[in-house]
Write a protein that binds this ligand. Structure first.
Ligand code: AHR
Length: 495
């Protein structure tokens, strides 16, 4: 029998979790905006045309921030096209996704949507075709109280109060040949630094994310990260990471994606810390994992010059959801350095939520692990002291049962997230929480099943969902985890 012993010590903590670790992403891409969050013809649409059924599903996920407006889209986007009277807004070619952008939704409308959905915004500025000056103008429009040209334009457009968007991405994947206005590391580093200076002069309270390597498979990785940081270290707070996983080999390898993500994070931290040493800096650069998910990138089909085409509409299986859960465990266990993370994306486009024209919206398997992490992963991450088996995978020798544990802010509940990556066997999880005093198991929810290919659909929206397990006799604190299962175990601490 495979047994994992997990000891949690009340005084051995990794880090407080930044609430921004549970963020997501909505890009002007496919049906994310048009037909996703916005559809004035939908029966659930509110007075602004926002789908209230989608808002309800988003609210249950509690994303702290939603990254906007891209992604690749932002690198060709003129944000001024999306403000002011709608009849004057131009339709444009979006070169990133070969689509037509109507500009019906812009920053004002997205801000309204974010308030309705109970989220904040992680805004991105255009570092492709955009200039440092344009980026400053957008920030002035969003955050300056008034009495200047751009802030008064915001007021004229219906928003008297500033948006106060406090976290900003300096462009997106600027190392990629697919990026509009791709730059060399040195050119991007200098442009980002000058943009950052302007932005912080306008609003000194903002925090900035520098674009890191777009993927570890890039030939420039991790050299890109070193160079851009050497140029802009003093001006930014975060370096970005992006990583998508796709099942290309065995399910066992795919399930070990969490281990690959862990190594990726450690390498980028090491690179950032090298630059810290080089600069004799006292400041530590933290990480913004602002795109992560499962994405069947190799299966995407191009659509030319349509408005809101159905792009990147992956349907997720139970196996995909288990992978997402594993990635969430890695993010939590690196919460000392990863402060922002965005599940990419949120609606219709590689998303946990899909809308079906005229037939409502449903959630995918991946909705559940993200919801569990977002609802129960807030607080302080405990260092998991683990003795358990590992298995050889294409990402190296990976734990068979990865775990993460979080103590909530009230100090009354520990949540353990555990993924049994063994496809065929039950794994025993033996919990030792003695240092917390008298404790009880209060809840155990599981996402599992014998058919890992199962997925939700409009016809069968609940084919994959979490179920509550009966809490076993607690004399020995051993839980039998189903083969291939995502487990959320809640432990009450008696005061
Ligand atoms: O999330 C989809 C795309 O993936 C984003 O636009 C881009 O940043 C990444 O390559």
């Amino acid at each position: 029998m495979n047994t994992t012993h997990l000891i949690l010590e009340k005084d051995i903590m990794r880090s407080r979790v930044d609430d921004r670790l549970f963020s997501s992403f909505i890009e002007h891409l496919g049906r994310a905006i048009y037909g996703g969050i916005y559809d004035p013809d939908d029966p659930t649409a509110d007075e602004q045309g926002f789908r209230t059924d989608v808002i309800k599903l988003v609210k249950a996920l509690q994303p702290t921030l939603v990254r906007y407006p891209g992604g690749n889209f932002v690198s060709g986007y003129d944000w001024t096209d999306g403000i002011g009277p709608r009849e004057l807004r131009p339709a444009r070619l979006d070169l990133a996704w070969r689509s037509i952008e109507s500009n019906v939704i812009g920053i004002d409308e997205f801000y309204d949507w974010s308030k309705k959905a109970g989220t904040g915004i992680l805004a991105a500025v255009n570092m492709g075709t955009g200039t440092p000056h344009n980026a400053g103008a957008l920030l002035e429009y969003c955050n300056h109280p008034g009495g200047t040209a751009w802030s008064d334009r915001r007021k004229a457009n219906g928003h008297q109060e500033p948006f106060n968007i406090k976290t900003w991405c300096l462009g997106n994947e600027m190392d990629g040949p697919w990026q509009i206005g791709q730059l060399s590391a040195a050119d991007y580093g200098k442009k980002a630094r000058e943009t950052a200076k302007i932005m912080k002069w306008i609003d000194p309270d903002i925090e900035l994310v520098l674009s890191g390597s777009s993927a570890p498979s890039m030939p420039t990785y991790p050299e890109w990260d070193r160079i851009v940081l050497e140029h802009a270290y003093d001006q930014v707070e975060f370096l970005s990471l992006h990583r998508y996983y796709e099942k290309v080999g065995s399910p066992e390898d795919f399930l070990a994606s969490f281990w690959d993500m862990d190594q990726f994070i450690k390498t980028v931290c090491a690179t950032a810390d090298y630059v810290k040493a080089l600069k004799r800096s006292k400041k530590t650069i933290n990480l913004s994992f602002d795109e992560w998910n499962v994405w069947y990138m190799s299966q995407q089909t191009p659509h030319d010059w349509q408005s809101a085409p159905a792009l990147l509409e992956d349907r997720y299986t139970l196996l995909d959801a288990l992978v997402v859960g594993g990635l969430g465990i890695t993010l939590l266990n690196n919460a000392d350095r990863v402060k922002i993370a965005c599940l990419a994306q949120l609606v219709n486009v590689i998303a946990p939520i899909t809308t079906v024209p005229g037939r409502g919206a449903f959630v995918h398997s991946t909705y559940y692990p993200f919801r569990d992490l977002s609802c129960y992963g807030r607080g302080t991450v405990l260092v998991p002291i683990v003795k358990g088996q590992s298995q050889e995978t294409s990402f190296g020798d990976a734990p068979l049962v990865p775990v993460a544990a979080v103590l909530d802010d009230a100090g009354t509940t520990i949540t353990v997230f555990a993924l049994n990556t063994d496809l065929d066997h039950v794994a025993d999880l033996k919990l030792d929480v003695r240092s917390f005093g008298s404790c009880t198991l209060t809840e155990w929810s599981v996402l599992a099943g014998t058919d890992l290919t199962k997925q939700n659909s409009a016809e069968d929206p609940a084919a994959v969902k979490t179920v509550q397990k009966t809490i076993p006799e607690q004399s020995d604190w051993v839980l039998h985890l189903d083969p291939a299962s995502w487990n959320v175990i809640r432990i009450g601490i008696k005061k």
